[in-house]
Design a protein around this ligand. Structure first.
Ligand SMILES: Cc1ncc(COP(=O)(O)O)c(C=O)c1O
Length: 423
């Protein structure tokens, strides 16, 4: 039988995380915000924390503040690590962008495997990762192998399993890079199994966990992850352009040298010496001055994740995406939608992807006429997410009811195809 709004309200009533929604700024309670996989909502604590920083720290201490701020990339990194990555302290830095961190760690991995000639990634990987790997392949004279996980029949929902990856691996591979959660389909990789497989061939694996961090529990230390990057502005709720993070496992920190040797990586930073001598701590991977605004927005958001508990967060992501799939079956499949996300809850994260031949126009119509915020990704897919701390089950239910209504009423016919630069 079809799910009702009362059923969704019941789920909220039993939700141990329900009260967190009130911790976020929600300018219009009638909007169904299903895009927390792209940009999370603003935590009220962040407004307070940033204001306090401005007045009581920057405004008051001015340059003397650096005595307190200097190590914040490591402190915020440790918080991200323990709240969301399953990483003990001294292995994560909050810094720069995902793209910069990805370039840094992939370069270091390639240099740590001299003589090996190949890099492997998948065609459904996020564009910045593919483009950076293309550049690195050119720079180092390596071959870039793209696993085709978009054509039908190769794998389901773009999911890279050990069986899909294995035929590409041999002793000539230096580097493999994969996403923990596929940015478009939402399919989830088995971190431990893939890490073991790549290691068995002597290659290194750089994980991009941008769509996973803050949505699912990860256990980097226990899974034997060596290198990983990710952002903080999606389920991390740390704000547009907030600093990203990078993870380098303690055991292997000495093996890697990133290409940008900035002054924060210098062992005795303020001796201002003539030559670079890398710190053997995690700081050896830091380029430059941390954005203290950014560190504070990360702290207030990830403290909430730590408080709520990443296992409870993942449980809600599973329940919310299961509810979405039930509503898809009931309401959206008959309207020409197809599901491009695994049905098995353990094989996905916090978002699902809905294919429709009019997806681009539907996504604009939803914003314009229905106050539903999803996002659109080529080709013909709408992504919808539950951000477990900031979204209620009723909000998801209402969003789906409005998607159904909008498509039944063919509101998309009123939308012309010329779009916004940002989808
Ligand atoms: C999987 C993935 N990797 C990398 C990025 C790029 O992040 P940034 O702009 O912080 O470099 C994104 C952005 O959404 C992403 O989804």
């Amino acid at each position: 039988m079809a799910m009702t709004r009362e059923d969704a309200a019941q789920l909220d009533a039993g939700d141990v995380l329900a009260h967190y929604k009130n911790e976020f700024v929600i300018a219009d309670p009638d909007v169904s915000y299903l895009d927390g996989n792209s940009l999370g909502r603003l935590p009220k604590r962040t407004v307070e924390v940033v204001n306090k920083f401005l007045i009581e720290e920057w405004g008051t201490k001015v340059v003397d503040g650096w005595g307190d701020w200097i190590d914040e990339a490591s402190k915020s990194g440790d918080l991200i690590g323990r709240s969301a990555l399953g990483a003990a302290s001294g292995q994560v830095l909050a810094c720069d962008t995902t793209s910069v961190n990805f370039y840094q760690l992939c370069s270091a991995a390639i240099k740590a495997r001299p003589g090996r000639k190949k890099i492997i990634t998948d065609s459904a990987n996020f564009p910045t990762d593919r483009y950076i790997l293309q550049g690195l392949a050119k720079e180092h004279g390596l071959e870039l192998l793209m696993i085709d996980n978009e054509s039908t029949g190769v794998t389901k929902h773009e999911r890279i399993t050990p069986e899909v990856l294995a035929p590409y691996l041999d002793e000539s591979v230096a580097l493999v890079s994969l996403q923990v959660i596929q940015y478009r389909s939402g399919a989830r990789s088995d971190i431990r199994a893939l890490t073991d497989l790549v290691r068995a061939h002597g290659a290194l694996l750089v994980w991009d966990a941008s769509h996973a961090v803050g949505a699912i529990a990860m256990d980097f230390d226990k899974s034997g992850v060596d290198l990983a990057v990710g952002c903080t502005y999606k389920y991390g709720n740390s704000g547009p352009g907030s600093p990203a993070w990078l993870y380098v496992s303690k055991a292997r920190q000495r093996e890697f040298q990133v290409p940008i040797q900035g002054w924060f990586a210098q062992r005795d930073q303020f001796a201002m010496g003539a030559n670079f001598e890398r710190s053997e701590e995690m700081r050896g991977f830091q380029i430059a001055s941390p954005s203290i605004f950014g560190m504070r927005t990360i702290n207030s958001a990830f403290e909430m994740i730590e408080e709520a508990g990443i296992s409870a967060i993942e449980a809600k992501a599973r329940a919310g995406t299961s509810m979405m799939i039930d509503l898809f079956d009931e309401w959206l499949a008959p309207l020409g939608f197809a599901l491009n996300t695994p049905r098995e809850a353990g094989e996905r994260g916090g978002h699902i992807s809905l294919w429709h031949e009019q997806a681009q126009r539907i996504s604009v119509a939803l914003r314009r006429f229905q106050r539903v915020i999803p996002d659109y990704r080529v080709p013909n897919q709408i992504r919808v997410a539950i951000s477990p701390l900031a979204t209620s089950f009723v909000e998801v239910f209402d969003g789906f009811a409005r998607i159904r209504k909008s498509v039944m009423d063919k509101e998309y016919l009123q939308i012309s195809n010329e779009g916004n630069r940002v989808t």
